[in-house]
Design a protein around this ligand. Structure first.
Ligand code: NI
Length: 241
């Protein structure tokens, strides 16, 4: 903008331009006629500025409100989404295969030293406490380490925790896509010992359990510290509501 180039910053909308200095102010009018004309021009200018400002801020206000509304209405829907992966029997499955069931979705990996075993034990205990309602719930364990977590590896691990737990793996890009949809963070951590086996690494990852509705929508999440009793109670309440 020309104003910025000549060293005088452009005034913000609704803010009167500041005079550069005392000397740049208009010279005093020489007679009453000029004085009156300047007065009229000042009033006309002020009204025009007020109209522009009210229009500008009115529009900005509306845009702000629409952003808030959009965020509120899509906040819940933005967790989860369609996926196609390979189950622990080597079969290709998609989210549609689980339609009509509540999903308990947990991301992790079979070589996880302690976080995943704890999380999956809580899920398993909660399922046992649900009794007959457990039939309406499909627990899914999605690996974020597909390189080591083959379907065979996933089957042995998942069924160890609970007979209904299904392990899901896939290509790097399939896993990246589903993890992103569920807002799961994961990052490989190499073993710092130079003599170690390159396959001996860990993976940092979010430890959160999602409860998804029978139509695929996000219902709620459970943090790593949730106990099985609380998880079972909240799942039962979700099924009944
Ligand atoms: Ni883990």
């Amino acid at each position: 903008m020309a104003d910025a180039e000549n060293g005088s910053p452009a005034p913000k909308p609704g803010e009167a331009p500041k005079p550069k200095s005392e000397t740049s102010e208009p010279a005093a009018p020489k007679n009453r006629g000029n004085r009156a004309l300047v007065g009229v021009l000042v009033i006309v200018g002020a009204v025009a500025l007020a109209l522009v400002a009210s229009r500008y801020f009115g529009e900005a206000g509306k845009i702000g409100q629409s952003i808030v509304k959009t965020t509120k209405s899509t906040g819940a829907a933005s967790i989860g989404g369609p996926f196609t992966l390979t189950d622990h029997n080597g079969k290709r499955v998609s989210d549609k295969d689980f339609a009509g069931k509540y999903l308990l979705v947990y991301f992790g990996y079979t070589y996880c030293p302690d976080v995943c075993p704890t999380g999956l034990t809580v899920i398993s205990d909660a399922l046992d406490q649900l009794g007959a309602d457990a039939a309406k719930v499909q627990p899914l364990f999605i690996t974020i380490d597909p390189h080591r977590d083959t379907p065979e590896q996933m089957k042995e691990y998942a069924t160890y925790f609970h007979p209904s737990l299904i392990g899901l793996t896939g290509s790097d890009s399939e896993i990246a896509q589903v993890a992103k949809a569920y807002r799961i963070y994961y990052a490989k951590v190499e073993n710092k010992d130079p003599d170690s086996d390159p396959e001996d690494y860990t993976v940092d990852h979010s430890a959160v359990t999602y409860l998804m509705g029978p139509k695929g929508g996000f219902l709620q999440h459970f943090s790593h510290s949730t106990d099985p009793e609380t998880m079972a109670r909240r799942i039962r309440e979700a099924i009944k509501s």
